[in-house]
Design a protein around this ligand. Structure first.
Ligand SMILES: Nc1ncnc2c1ncn2[C@@H]1O[C@H](COP(=O)(O)OP(=O)(O)OP(=O)(O)O)[C@@H](O)[C@H]1O
Ligand SMILES: [Mg+2]
Length: 251
């Protein structure tokens, strides 16, 4: 089981879009995939048309004795399960804090799922909190969408510093260019700067595309809405790269 977190301190950079589409692509290949929506906004849960079970409160979620499997729900995408979220998840931080080794708790909760899933994708809220620390301890790879702008790049540096300070296990940071609009000079410059995997970036560039909004409206993965669109192909290529990176040893 490999755990990939999609995380950035910055909001609105394409985390949920990437988390949902990558998990759906994994499932489409026949892998057993679980998407854990850790954001009280519940965006991934909305896109996959699933809400939490009534019993799946953050309090129960944080308890060591309650198995995550009992809170998992199936989605309409074959092989893709979801741990949904809604606004009640805003208290997850408090619930974790009330327990021993809170920053290890998500990792501890995921351990029994090893053997049930090939991939776990964590969709995270745009924040730096105890939940973020717990995500860093649970994840093998950290996928960071970056819009080519000065503020986004600054956020990536903050992300790297936070990881260094958190002393988590060796988590691999995999930034990629997201929501790229080549009509904009800054975006074109960003593409040139990080082309071909420079500065640790993945090679795939996810374009800004109205297809993404259309898929969100239809509440479907991109490949189900526009199988041959540029954005769909970009996510397929991103998934390919993430798989390749995951298979190679961490430095
Ligand atoms: N490549 C893209 N092209 C066009 N629109 C996009 C693209 N990626 C994401 N969007 C849209 O931008 C908005 C923000 O995307 P998304 O929710 O994936 O970002 P996020 O980083 O998860 O946001 P938050 O920080 O609020 O959780 C959504 O309306 C989404 O449909
Ligand atoms: Mg999101």
């Amino acid at each position: 089981m490999r755990v990939i977190a999609v995380w950035s301190i910055k909001g609105g950079v394409g985390k949920t879009t990437a988390a949902v589409n990558l998990a759906a692509l994994a499932a489409r290949e026949g892998a057993r995939a679980l998407l854990w929506d850790l954001d009280p906004q519940g965006g991934a849960s909305f896109l996959l048309r699933v809400s939490p079970r009534r019993k799946a409160s953050p309090r129960r979620l944080a308890r060591r004795s309650v198995e995550l499997r009992r809170m998992v729900r199936a989605t309409d995408v074959p092989n893709l399960d979801l741990l949904p979220s809604d606004l009640t998840y805003r208290t997850l931080e408090l619930e974790l804090n009330a327990r021993k080794s809170p920053s290890r708790r998500l990792a501890v909760k995921l351990t029994p799922l090893d053997g049930h899933y090939d991939w776990v994708v964590l969709d995270c809220a745009p924040s730096v909190t105890l939940v973020s620390e717990a995500v860093l301890h649970a994840a093998d790879d950290l996928l960071v969408p970056v819009i080519p702008s000065a503020l986004s790049l600054r956020t990536l540096e903050q992300t790297r510093r936070f990881i260094a300070q958190t002393r988590s296990k060796a988590v691999r940071v995999l930034p990629f260019l997201s929501m790229v609009d080549r009509r904009r000079r800054l975006h074109r410059e960003g593409c040139e700067r990080f082309a071909g995997g420079a500065e640790g970036f993945l090679r795939t560039i996810v374009p800004m595309s109205s297809i993404v909004e259309r898929a969100a409206e239809a509440r479907l993965p991109l490949f189900a809405v526009a199988p041959s669109s540029r954005a769909t192909r970009a996510f397929a290529s991103l998934w390919q790269e993430v798989r390749e990176q995951s298979a190679s040893p961490t430095d």
